[in-house]
Design a binder for this molecule. Structure first.
Ligand code: NCD
Length: 325
């Protein structure tokens, strides 16, 4: 079976953010993701759905999970995958994002996965290039596949998202993961709470339509899911916290703070973790509590679903969606 013979899933030919997705589109991606969990657990993990297609990973920021899972997702669906080594590319000679992307575009990829330090970078490329663009994280703006994999993990573990209370804790200010999760979880009917010191809450947080807490005890009370975020020290120009020790004392997740949440609450973290800063090791490594490894597994599956969905769009209307003459 090729992607051309399958029903379309997404309205657009890009995945730039959770904003713009509908509940049926997301549900369809989850269902497709489930089938790719099964494929990834099988001995033969390879399908031919994207045979002949080219995927390029263009990452301007460090990544372990996101880049490798897009690579595996592409390969498991039969695509040719190119990982651009940005540090040793012409970017180090001062080439602009647009010039680098236009050069890659001329090699006729079908899908470009981009991570960049500036908000809006993926959207900009989607307007300039002929191929489908997937946002793998743009500044503090969005990281849609992370939110999709988080929500799929929750749905698999608890059977639903609607009606759950999810507490997102830590460095909200610098987090694209938080912004995409807030949008997606709210759209799927969860109650979202943010817990952070005032210095790590964005000024516009009260317009997110979520409950805001500066105290872990109050914010975690009754939560079904505790989602911890990394302190993004590389994005901090001034002093946002007194010290990492102090931060752990008030906001780091340990057994005592976790006891404020609902009994049996699940703990998530998008990785990479700062152990002993935002999360205690014994919680991160406890398989009865932590679903961190499952999040990584769902990352490959949901990215396979996203690539599949985008490829269906390309097959549906190759000239219109890609602009190729
Ligand atoms: C996140 C990111 O890059 O936004 N990581 C990830 O994709 N798993 C979160 C982070 O870097 O803290």
């Amino acid at each position: 079976m090729t992607s051309a013979s399958l029903t379309p899933i997404l309205k657009t030919s890009h995945l730039l953010g959770i904003e713009g997705l509908s509940v049926p589109e997301v549900t369809h991606l989850f269902d497709l993701g489930e089938s790719y969990v099964a494929q990834s657990r099988a001995q033969d993990k390879k399908a031919a759905l994207l045979k002949g297609r080219t995927l390029i990973n263009l990452f301007y920021e460090a990544s372990t999970r996101t880049q490798s899972s897009f690579e595996l997702a592409g390969k498991r669906l039969g695509a040719d995958v190119l990982n651009m080594a940005v540090k040793t590319s012409s970017v180090s000679k001062g080439e602009t994002l647009i010039d680098t992307a236009s050069t890659l575009n001329a090699m006729r990829p079908d899908i470009l996965v981009v991570r960049h330090q500036d908000s809006g970078a993926a959207e900009l490329l989607s307007r300039k290039l002929d191929c489908s663009v997937v946002n793998a994280g743009d500044g503090a703006h969005e990281h849609p596949t992370q939110a999709l994999l988080d929500a799929l993990t929750i749905r698999r573990r608890l059977g639903r998202i609607e009606g759950l209370t999810v507490a997102i804790c830590g460095d909200i200010l610098h987090s694209r993961v938080a912004r995409s999760n807030i949008r997606l979880l709210a759209m799927m009917g969860a109650r979202v709470r943010l817990i952070a010191p005032r210095t790590l809450l964005p000024a516009e947080a009260d317009r997110f339509g979520v409950e805001i807490f500066t105290d872990m005890k109050q914010g975690l009370a009754g939560a079904d899911i505790v989602m911890m975020l990394r302190l993004q020290l590389e994005r901090m120009t001034g002093a946002f916290i007194p010290s990492t020790r102090e931060y752990f004392r008030f906001y780091g997740l340990d057994r005592e703070k976790l006891s404020f949440a609902k009994p049996g609450a699940l703990v998530m973290h998008p990785g990479p973790m700062n152990r002993g800063v935002e999360i205690a090791s014994d919680i991160a490594d406890d398989p009865d509590i932590s679903v961190i490894a499952e999040q990584v597994e769902m990352g490959v599956a949901i990215r396979m679903a996203v690539l599949d969905a985008l490829a269906r769009g390309l097959a549906r209307n190759p000239t219109e969606s890609r602009g190729h003459a």
